[in-house]
Design a protein around this ligand. Structure first.
Ligand SMILES: Cc1cc2nc3c(=O)[nH]c(=O)nc-3n(C[C@H](O)[C@H](O)[C@H](O)COP(=O)(O)OP(=O)(O)OC[C@H]3O[C@@H](n4cnc5c(N)ncnc54)[C@H](O)[C@@H]3O)c2cc1C
Length: 340
């Protein structure tokens, strides 16, 4: 369930081992990584890096230049890279490998059956790889302003004058640096310290460099409110001592955490336990239902493509793939649900 990094790697590995595989995706094949995550972000960063090389070429004996950035063309580059990679994650490729790809939303109707539309599937093993989406923090006024998340920011074809980024995690910080290198004024608002989950010996170096380049990072501030202000967005921030201040920008990017995609799955019916961080799994990636595994972002933990991809090899996940030896994934239409 889920045709992103986790689902596709598990499907490809299981197919390579000879298993019968049904792959279910409700939106775009490739998931977050290809469409709204790693691929567009790393492509934007690649453009930003070229711009920065131009500015800093002098020490290499090359006259530095202020790059003329065409944001529309940068956007074309980003979407060109997505288009180049998309065939690798496509329905056609996976059908060519032997999978049955169903385009629709998966939901459990009991502990052994998942439905896609009116089609029921009763396999030996399930792997839930439905990923995550950007969390919407409860900021007063958010519904009154146009804001971006990673699902929309890569659609911008005009350069933001002043991008305010809420959240100084890896996504917020990489977007902040890339946009600044592409000529935008950027302010990051972080409730604690930026990149707090990573090794401070490394993050100190990265943050010093990002600040030196000109990104404004405001840490230990809470976003108290947002509101439209003429054609801009006014963000009221609250300092630890209770004082407030207004930061005005042209665009707002929310990068303040992720929510697991569990709601549509009807996990209660499958007797799969989960909480706000995601589906609870054992070290072998098994859920509370022994037929069902969960991998990638939906299983909480580190939310990275390489983690989602590597999951397939971990401990009991290999056992999940032992279904490869048995050819036992049957799918039947409703009314004909049985298990052979
Ligand atoms: C801006 C950004 C940059 C990133 N950069 C990096 C990076 O550089 N390196 C890195 O390792 N990671 C990066 N990540 C993280 C990476 O994108 C995720 O960790 C990875 O995509 C998780 O893979 P997944 O398979 O768990 O979920 P996803 O890739 O999100 O795939 C889940 C899929 O399941 C589908 N789905 C959801 N519910 C259902 C349902 N009920 N039925 C059917 N289908 C369903 C969704 O439509 C989606 O296609 C980045 C993320 C973002 C947002």
């Amino acid at each position: 369930m889920g045709g992103g990094s986790g689902g596709l790697t598990v499907a490809a590995a299981a197919l390579a081992l000879g298993a019968s595989v049904v792959l279910i995706e409700r939106d775009k094949m490739g998931g977050d990584c290809l469409n709204y995550g790693c691929v567009p972000s790393k492509s934007l960063i690649a453009s930003a890096k070229r711009a920065q090389y131009m500015r800093t070429a002098t020490k290499f004996g090359i006259a530095a230049e202020d790059p003329k950035i065409n944001f529309g063309r940068v956007n074309e580059h980003v979407h060109g890279v997505i288009a180049d990679i998309a065939p690798h994650d496509s329905v056609e490729r996976f059908e060519g490998l032997g999978a049955t790809v169903l385009q629709g939303e998966a939901r459990f109707i009991d502990a052994k059956t998942v439905m896609v539309g009116d089609q029921g599937i009763k396999p030996r093993r399930f792997v839930i790889a439905t990923g995550s989406r950007p969390a919407s923090p409860p900021i007063p006024g958010l519904s009154d302003v146009d804001y971006h998340t990673n699902e929309t920011i890569f659609n911008l074809t005009r350069k933001p004058q002043h991008l305010i980024v809420v959240g100084g995690g890896p996504i917020g910080m990489e977007m902040a640096q890339a946009h600044h290198r592409l000529g935008c004024e950027v302010t990051v608002l972080e409730m604690q310290v930026p990149l707090a989950k990573d090794d401070p010996e490394l993050t100190d170096i990265a943050l010093k460099q990002i600040r030196r380049e000109g990104v404004t990072i405001r840490q230990s501030v809470k976003v108290a409110q947002v509101a439209p202000k003429a054609k801009n967005i006014a963000v009221t921030i609250e300092h630890e001592n209770g004082e407030t201040e207004e930061v005005v920008g042209s665009h707002l990017l929310l990068a303040a955490g992720r929510k697991p995609n569990v709601e549509a799955l009807d996990l209660e019916k499958a007797r799969v336990s989960y909480d706000g961080r995601g589906i609870q799994v054992s070290s072998a990636l098994k859920t509370s239902n022994k037929l069902i595994y969960a991998i990638g972002d939906v299983a909480g933990g580190l939310q990275f493509t390489h983690v989602a991809g590597v999951s397939r090899w971990l401990g009991g996940a290999q056992r999940a793939l032992s279904f490869a030896h048995q050819k036992q994934c049957e799918h039947h239409s409703v009314g004909n649900l049985h298990r052979s």
